[in-house]
Design a protein around this ligand. Sequence first.
Ligand code: ZN
Length: 302
Amino acid sequence: MNGEGVMTVYGGIEAGGTKFICAVGNNPQDIHAIERIPTTTPAETIARTIEYFRRIAATEPLTAVGIASFGPVDPNPRSPTFGYSTSTPRPGWANVNLAGEIAAALGLPVAFDTDVNGAALAESRWGAARGLDTFIYLTVGTGFGGGGLVNGKPMHGLLHPEMGHIRIPHNRETDPFPGMCPFHGDCLEGLAAGPAIEQRWGQRGETLPADHPAWELEAHYLSLGLMNHILMLSPQRIILGGGVMAQSQLFPLVRQKVVAQLNGYVSAPEILQRIDEYIVPPALGNLAGVLGAIALAQMTFN
Ligand code: ZN
């Protein structure tokens, strides 16, 4: 309820590279409607998203809409390009005014952040990061993104973190794959995102058996990335989501390698004794992003 005793309900959009997940509701137990719209051209995808919310809003007026988008984006409300996608290599999607077009068409306030900051916010409210104020959420799928909360607030700064594009050691003798990041070649995303697994081994990750050497190498790269994130940001927990992390055999491998890489230097019981609770999958599964978008709208326009 808002101050006037009117029920409030929010719209959320997880803008992803393969689909836009649109939902209306207030929390994981209170989702009134959900729709998945394939990501095609910006014009078509945005038009279908607007049409969906117009249809809903005709019977259930929305308070505000949140968008949690694939990056890179401009999340700074004071910037002239706030709510735009920026340098994404996805064809047609660079410099698209995602938040502005949706806000104007629906006549509603729109909150906007990265998909990973949104997912992190949802996990802190309802999922795997309840009670924590500083943690990170990484997604390893068609790309490699990272966000999180610092002191209870979504991580921002100059723009937003790009935790998948850090450099990690790459031994070209044991792994001659050059990496596939269009900007950096063998950055973490270039070596460890889903398309890198597919290109390196000649088949999609989900078709490789659980004991394939691909997973040992994947866990090696993930552990190097996580070690950097642990040392730079001191997160109280790390949530690992995305399509690649659906390979649950990665979790024990990654945990063991992170402990080995840190080599006793970070002497926290969370790492030395309770690593199984420190590196965890998302509790909200594949709804983390769209629930995050709803949480963003609630946080901004409550
Ligand atoms: Zn990169």
